[in-house]
Design a protein around this ligand. Structure first.
Ligand SMILES: Cc1cc2nc3c(=O)[nH]c(=O)nc-3n(C[C@H](O)[C@H](O)[C@H](O)COP(=O)(O)O)c2cc1C
Length: 148
């Protein structure tokens, strides 16, 4: 099974999440490719079974250019028959906007026909032990659904 992880990260927290997930999925036998949104076209998802997006949220949910460009590309795809998962890091001080980009992408993946394999993992700032366990658990759910 092929998994494609695309991430957006300003200060490294989401890059760390993507690294943790990549390692987990490799341990479950997935063939994983990971890349940064800025340098990836969303159409790269078309060659994967499992499409994953990991993102920060800045500016009260208003997408920064790298994330917005990727979102616009995703909008144009037909991902029916594929699976997806989203996750990301935010900060609860932003209250209603906590991890808003993660939920925006969840809606868009649904809109373009992909099937969600596990609920979004949203964490605060850098991943701590509990967050790592949540990512590990999400990876297990991905493996159970796609390899099982
Ligand atoms: C200027 C600024 C705006 C932010 N806006 C939000 C926000 O609207 N919602 C949110 O959940 N987190 C917000 N954050 C917190 C970041 O998303 C959080 O620090 C995240 O861990 C950054 O991820 P990264 O290290 O992958 O870039 C903001 C942070 C900064 C510096």
């Amino acid at each position: 099974m092929k998994a494609r992880i695309v991430y957006a990260s300003m200060t490294g927290n989401d890059a760390d999440m993507a690294d943790i997930l990549e390692e987990d999925l490799q341990d479950y036998g997935f063939d994983v490719e990971t890349s940064e949104a800025e340098f990836t076209d969303a159409s790269d998802y078309l060659t994967s079974d499992l499409c994953i997006f990991v993102t920060y949220t800045y500016g009260e949910g208003k997408m920064t250019d790298d994330v917005a460009d990727f979102y616009e590309q995703l909008k144009e795809l037909d991902l029916s028959g594929k699976y997806f998962a989203v996750m990301g890091s935010g900060d609860m001080v932003y209250a209603d906007h906590f991890c808003e980009n993660v939920f925006d992408f969840e809606k868009m993946f649904n809109q373009v026909g992909a099937k969600e394999v596990t609920k979004p993992v949203t964490i605060e700032n850098a991943p701590d032990d509990d967050d790592i366990a949540a990512i590990d658990n999400a990876a297990k759910e991905m493996a159970d659904q796609l390899n099982g």
